[in-house]
Each structure stands twice: as C-alpha cells, then as structure tokens.
Design a protein around this ligand. Structure first.
Ligand code: ZN
Length: 459
C-alpha cells in the first residue's frame, strides 16, 4: 500500500516523455510503473493524460522576508509559487532587513520564515564587500550559493568591484561554493543614467537606453574571466539577451562550471511593453527586443540556462507609481525596478515554449528542474522523476486556457506585469514531497509544510 499514486500521466523526463504510474511513500518516489499497473494507495490521483513534470525550481526570487513584509512575505510568496507550479524556491538575501550576510542573521531568518512556507525553499547567501569572513559560514549553514551585484543596487547592499570579486571568488572556490552575479557594469549604467538625465530623457526609452546590452555584456564577460582565473563556480543571474547567453555557452563549452538563468519575463515580454505600459515592466537588466526574445529561447532549448526564474521582485502600488520610502517618484529612473511574477512563470514558460514555439516538454523538465537542481547542488533530492528523489511534481494540463487576473494572485500586492496575459497550458496540481499543495489554482496545502533544503551530500 502506497501513500500516493499518480495514474494516467505523461511523465516528463529531461530526455523522454513516458506513460506510466508514479508511486510515492514517505514523500519520496518509490516506483515508476507501467501505466496499466495501478497499485493500491491511500490517495490515488487520476492525472487524466496530463503532463507530470518534475517539480519546477525557481532559482531566483525575492520574498522580502524578514523586513519588507509589506512588499511580500513567505506566506504569500510561497503560496503564489505553489499555485503557479513551483515546488522549490531559492530565495535572495537582499531586500531583507537585515540582509542575509552572516550566520547569525541566517539563524534569525530561518526561524522567522520556516513556519510560513508552503513549498520547499533554499537560501542564497549574501556576498557584499564587508562579509568575506562570513562566506564559509553561510555555506556551512546551507546556503546553496552566494549573491553579489556588479551593477548598482540599493544602499544597504553594496556592489562589488572587480578586485573585490576576484578576492571573493578565490575564497568561495576554496569551499566549493557558487558565486552568483547580477551582471550589469556599474560605471556604464551610472554614466548612461546621468547622460539621459542631463539630456532630459526621463521617459521609458531613456530608461532602456540607460541600461544597454553593452553594460550586461561587459559585466558578464568580466565575471566569466574571473571565474576562469579563480576556478570558482559562477552563476549569471537573469540573462536578458541572447548575445550574453552565447558568451556563457562558449565558456561552458570550454569546460568551465559557469551556470546561468533567464527569467520568464525575458521569454515573453519586450521593450515595446516597457514603452507602452511603463512601471510594471521596469526591471534590470531591462526587457529587450522581440527578436531577442525569440533568440533567447534557443539557449533554453540547448541547455545553456539552468533555470527559468521569476526574479519575483514585488513592491507596493505606490512604489511603482508615486513614492518609495518617503521619496517622491519624479521620473522613470525613480520607479521601483522589478517584476512580480512567481505565480505566472511556469504557465508562461509552458505556453510560450511548448504551445507557441512547439518546444518539447522535455526542455522544460531540463531547464526548470534538472539543470537548476544540479547547478545549486540539490540534485538527488530535487530535479527529476526518479526512484529515491523527493516526490515533487508540477502537473500541467496542456489544453487548459487561462487569463491572468489580479484578484487570483496570492501576492501581498496583487499587481503584476503578467495581468491580462492569456494562454494555454496550466498547472493543475503542485505536489511537494507527496503532498498536494495547490490544485486547480487553489491553495490546499498547509502553511509551514515547506522545508529548508540544503545541498545534497555527494553532489
Ligand atoms: Zn533579483
């Protein structure tokens, strides 16, 4: 007698789609059986021919907890992730108060958030100029990677220069960690921003021109070179442009352990959306052209990307439209930068990739589960549908049509660039370690059932 059986499903692996039955005990996959075998179980779900994906992993989200719960918190952020089909989220260390830069802060953060998570979660540790002595401790505590900024960021989370990056990567290499980077060149952006302001170009085209491709390219290429020089594992966050992806691919082909992610918004929206619709579409790096969106998909298909992330970066309504922390918004440069998307990315990736572009579902099993699990050292627990792995599944009905509506969002602030988008192919079950957490757009799991995940031994 099993705890749970999933029958009549199309099981999506990274290289094949199989018809079969999945049996689960104690939260783990214990058998994958022929589809005509349906053993007894306490709970049996007829998947009705829909796709059973390995649970999707969001490699990059800002849940803002502790410290900025009025933007988002663990309860709402992980509920949204669950309804949207993610089963594990890797949460960022900044937009936390305090930012996660020491082991003592780690202890406080996990105590605060763990009672409220609906899905499993990992932490990115912080990497800032003054916490190099704490990096090994953060790794020991279970942070799966360490996050730094090359481009400008908020005053409470300083960016690294390349000298500091070199030292940090030398240190991180020693304990086998992975350093992740927001790659946009600091001086290029600062100069371009000033240039736009001096020219009175305070409109959305001015914003786009302040963050040109060259800024993302310069920082990415430099990080690749520092990774090569130090032998440190690197991860390039939220790649927005196919030319940047190509440079990463070339480094991967040379044998360097440099992983990268893109985000769902770079795979569906374009700079035209920024110009026409403004604040909700402001993010960094910015959205690119429509032809860049199409070419970026090529790097999802070929496995350059270990993750289609949300970069969920929520804020209040006022921070997009009127004021931020008491500062009035005067022009596009003052508007909060970030897209709320954690609830929409899986369905958008499925629709844009598998429905519109005819990409095999195996590509998403790879890019949203297997490769991210490997990049962040949690493969073996997460990332695949294999005996012994956690029973995490994202079950998608490929024919179900959808429209994203604000009132259906689980966020603290129910607004998103994705509102109004329509498509086909929707997560109908989100299952974490054998427990159904979301079903048909409704949250059915227990708050606090999400578990903190650390790197798999031996991975
Ligand atoms: Zn981010």
């Amino acid at each position: 007698m099993y705890d749970l059986v999933l029958k009549n499903g199309k099981i999506v692996l990274s290289d094949a789609v199989l018809e079969g039955t999945i049996a689960v005990n104690d939260g783990k996959i214990v058998a994958i059986l022929d589809s005509d075998i349906v053993p007894e179980a306490h709970q049996s779900i007829d998947v009705k021919g829909n796709y059973i994906f390995p649970g999707a992993i969001d490699t990059h989200a800002h849940l803002n907890d502790p410290g900025y719960e009025w933007r988002e918190d663990y309860e709402h952020g992980t509920a949204a992730a669950a309804v949207g089909g993610y089963t594990t989220v890797i949460d960022m260390p900044l937009q936390n108060e305090p930012a996660l830069t020491t082991a003592a802060i780690f202890d406080k953060k996990i105590a605060k958030v763990s009672p409220n998570a609906y899905i499993d979660y990992c932490f990115w540790g912080g990497l800032v100029p003054d916490n190099f002595e704490h990096l090994a401790d953060l790794d020991q505590k279970g942070c799966v990677a360490l996050k730094s900024f090359i481009g400008p960021v908020s005053p409470d989370y300083a960016s690294l220069n390349y000298g500091q990056t070199f030292e940090a990567m030398e240190r991180i290499q020693k304990f086998g960690g992975r350093a992740g980077f927001h790659c946009e060149d600091f001086s290029t952006i600062k100069w371009q921003e000033q240039r736009m302001k001096n020219a009175g170009r305070l409109d959305w085209q001015g914003f786009l021109d302040s963050r040109p491709l060259i800024a993302e390219m310069l920082a990415t290429v430099d990080i690749i070179e520092i990774a090569k020089a130090t032998g440190c594992k690197a991860h390039i966050c939220h790649v927005s442009h196919p030319d940047v992806a190509q440079r990463i691919k070339e480094a991967q082909q040379q044998g360097y352990d440099i992983t990268a992610e893109t985000c769902a918004h770079y795979l569906c929206f374009s700079e035209q959306d920024v110009i026409e619709k403004g604040p909700l579409f402001k993010c960094a790096p910015p959205l690119r052209s429509k032809s860049d969106v199409d070419r970026l998909w090529d790097y999802v298909v070929d496995g350059t990307f270990s993750g289609i992330a949300s970069d969920h970066s929520p804020c209040s309504y006022e921070e997009k439209h009127s004021e931020i922390l008491g500062q009035k918004i005067n022009n596009v440069f003052d508007v909060w930068g970030g897209i709320s998307g954690i609830q929409s990315c899986v369905q958008v990736a499925f629709y844009e990739g598998c429905v519109k572009r005819g990409i095999s579902p195996t590509v998403l099993a790879n890019s949203m589960a297997k490769l991210p699990a490997k990049a962040f050292g949690i493969y073996g627990q997460k990332g695949d549908i294999r005996v012994g792995f956690d029973a995490d599944f994202t079950i998608i009905d490929p024919n179900k049509e959808w429209e994203i509506k604000a009132e259906d969002l689980q966020y603290v602030n129910k607004m998103s660039a994705y509102v109004g988008l329509k498509g086909k192919g929707l997560p109908v079950y989100t299952i974490v370690r054998g427990q159904v957490i979301a079903e048909n757009g409704k949250l059915v799991g227990l708050k606090g059932s999400g578990k903190f995940i650390t790197k798999t031994q031996g991975e």
